[in-house]
Write a protein that binds this ligand. Structure first.
Ligand SMILES: Nc1ncnc2c1ncn2[C@@H]1O[C@H](COP(=O)(O)OP(=O)(O)OP(=O)(O)O)[C@@H](O)[C@H]1O
Ligand SMILES: [Mg+2]
Length: 369
């Protein structure tokens, strides 16, 4: 089903995006001003979904949009490949064809059939890739000038730029700083790393980038929307949908996963039971599906970090003198463990208060068992 309303992996199409109106407005305004934006949010929080909606809105207004996914790149060749793939849809622009010809000459095989391309590492030297990179980074400006259309460049999983090579952020900055009719969005799933990349003193251009983060989805409007979607599927979830959205605590992917599992249960032949039974069965299934992911997330943590997560999951203070005494550690050590978790930005977030919240509601439920 291509328009299944409870898609729970990968970006969802703009018409299926819940909320994010405020973020879309801010992105739109920044693009109009050509102010760069840095978007940082935990994994699976809807970054790519939001950016796809932003790009679609700008395209409708006559912009050209390019999205490069830097996720998983490990060297310069990976970076140039990601940028070539991103530009492959704009071959009708002469500057793009020129860069592709250069890529071909240095041994990068750019298939005209589509963005499936392999770079032959044997032929190309790092210097070749360096030159190709300069040309690729200059493309937005060249295309904007030659076509007269403003260009939006989205660099997703931007933190991986630093994995590709030291100093690449400085090179990127030097090339894009003077670009006139280009708007940039730098998006990443490691909030602390993204912040560091932009806040370093020697990063003046990045320093101007407007920070944007993604809050949890608002529960009330999410419940309304989800109930509309169950009706669309001709399913009657009773109160189970609202209960599950509440248990999802506004985490976009977890909320969709819970709704998906409920929809599936409601369509299974011969399943009955009351709403409580539905909720319990869906939670059980969701915890089973996330068991490996949670185990992998907990594996690298220290003993104190695990204790901190457990305390927060139970709604208790994670750095109290009493806890420190019981666990035979200092309060300072617990503070450090807490800060390290918040800094990493994947498991624990600081809520206004200040209080702490597990980012993944399913991990919270698991730790409370
Ligand atoms: N605004 C939204 N409305 C409805 N569902 C959403 C929304 N944002 C995210 N989701 C859900 O979260 C899932 C992941 O979304 P998306 O891929 O956009 O997140 P991401 O932050 O880019 O994730 P990753 O860290 O894997 O790159 C989607 O499949 C969808 O189920
Ligand atoms: Mg993404």
């Amino acid at each position: 089903m291509s328009d299944y309303p409870f898609k729970h992996a990968g970006p969802v199409p703009p018409r299926r995006m819940i909320d994010r109106e405020d973020e879309r407005r801010r992105l739109g305004r920044a693009a109009a001003e050509r102010t760069p934006v840095r978007l940082a949010a935990p994994r699976r929080y809807g970054k790519t979904t939001l950016l796809a909606a932003h790009a679609a809105a700008l395209e409708a207004a006559g912009w050209r949009t390019v999205r490069a996914d830097l996720g998983g790149i490990s060297d310069l060749a990976g970076l140039t490949r990601a940028l070539l793939v991103a530009w492959a849809g704009h071959r009708e622009a002469a500057p793009v064809r020129r860069v592709e010809r250069l890529a071909g000459r240095i041994g990068a095989d750019v298939s005209l059939a589509g963005p499936r391309l392999t770079l032959a590492p044997a032929g190309a030297t790092p210097a070749d890739h360096g030159r190709l990179l300069e040309e690729l980074l200059a493309l937005p400006d060249a295309v904007a000038r030659s076509s007269g259309e403003p260009v939006l460049v989205i660099l997703d999983e931007f933190q991986d730029l630093l994995v590709a090579g030291p100093g690449l952020d400085a090179r990127l900055r030097a090339v894009i700083q003077p670009q006139q009719d280009v708007a940039y969005v730098f998006a990443g799933s490691e909030p602390s790393l993204i912040a560091r990349m932009f806040e370093r003193h020697e990063a003046p251009f990045f320093g101007q980038a407007e920070p944007l983060s993604l809050p949890p989805l608002p529960l009330e409007s999410t419940i309304d929307e989800v109930e509309r979607r169950f009706a669309e599927l001709a399913l009657d979830p009773g109160d189970a949908a609202a209960t599950l959205v509440q248990l999802g605590e506004g985490h976009p992917q977890r909320t969709m996963l819970l709704c998906h599992l409920l929809a599936r249960r409601l369509t299974e032949p011969g399943v009955d039971g009351d709403e409580d039974a539905h909720v319990a069965a869906v939670l059980e299934e969701a915890l089973e599906q996330t068991a490996e992911i949670h185990a992998a997330a907990l594996a690298p943590l220290t003993r104190l970090q695990r204790i901190v997560l457990g305390e927060v999951a139970h709604g208790r203070a994670p750095t109290s003198a009493d806890l420190a005494r019981r666990q035979g550690a200092t309060r300072g050590a617990f503070h450090q463990a807490l800060e390290a978790l918040i800094e990493a930005g994947q498991l624990l977030a600081r809520d206004p208060g200040p209080r702490w919240r597990l980012i993944d509601p399913l991990l919270r439920l698991r730790l409370r068992r």
